[in-house]
Design a protein around this ligand. Sequence first.
Ligand code: AMP
Length: 428
Amino acid sequence: MAFRAVKGMNDILPDEVQRWQQVEAVFRETVRLYGYSEVRTPIVEPTSLFVRSIGENTDVVDKEMYTFERHDDSLTLRPEGTAGAVRAYVERTVYAKEPVSRWYYLGPMFRAERPQRGRYRQFYQAGCEVYGDKGPNSDAEMISMLVGFFHQLGIDGLEVMINSLGGTDTRKRYHEALKEYFRPHAESLSAHAQGRLEVNPLRILDSKDPKDQEISRGAPSILNVMDAPDREHFEALCSNLQALGTPFRIDGRLVRGLDYYTRTLFEISSTAGELGTQNALVGGGRYDNLVHELGGPQVPAIGFALGIERLLLAIAQQPVSASPVCFFAPLGNPAAQRSLILARDLRQQGFVAEVDGRGGSLKSLLRRADAIGARCAVVIGDSELANDSAILKDLTRHTQESVTLSALSDAIRKLLTESNTLSPGELI
Ligand code: AMP
């Protein structure tokens, strides 16, 4: 019986991984310049951590978590990165050691959603968290950092949407306003939304059901019930974004699927590449109460998570450039041994070398050199060995020359560096 990967979980084979690594490298470099350091937390956490932070009555907790029992504990494959990061921040009392922490992470997340283009059951997120800064300056800086990152990757057609969910008081008032608005429409709402009406009416705004969406269009905006401090925070965010030259749109009904958000909320989508309907690249927001709710002191925080698969769909048309390769095509054993030594020496100088150890005809060896896009090929047979030389083929110019073994290394290096002048900015 042939095995298949779990539905919605993808293999990423080596020829694709190269693009992943390039995007990840640009991400790491971008966030490094803003002072973030990487954190690595476990992929499995106690189920209760996610229930407590993401919230009951959210789609993620209700129906999308991969949960299992082990040694009498209920464990869950992380559906997102913030809960685990905050758990670590509190458990390791990081707040007592530094007033501000800037963390980033990168890794797989798991949600049992209906798979489609841009939506998978195992997917990768890169994210940042800032602890100890109540904003709104850090909020604007984070959003504009993301826009700069997307531009660097050549992604255009960007739309930045922002909203505020307010603090506790504003949120309470907004819940009441929403309940009042939705109650007369209760019978026209989906069964799912009806169940949410009294417990978590914000979720109705996030519903994917067309009927719910239609009714939600008339719902009051939170911006009309915000208290003065929340309003000031939001207005300062807008003014900072303007100052940074980051275009944005205010969407008073943007809520997003997780419960822990307070005040600033944002989402960036793009019409670029092959994204299709799943065009949200990144979502984030402030979660000023989460550190406290998970057992720490009252430390304000903000974070975002972006989907790597969606980034790759957005830049689907971009060419990839790889390091040039020197390919060795030895004919016979003594030549192979010589090739192993020459290739090892090249690698020690930082060049990529591949020795084809299969044997066989020169034609079939060179076919492989072409297939991997090698920059040059070194052919060594008995007659070359007899006079201490090799044939060096320039596979771009389609020329070749006989080179003595003592001069070979220099000649190869010259060819490889000639085409190895890409600067980091040209990588993508
Ligand atoms: P969220 O954690 O739901 O706020 O999502 C943040 C970002 O992660 C989204 O904008 C997507 O880019 C990505 N994302 C979320 N869920 C999935 C999924 N099931 N498959 C692929 N990417 C996802």
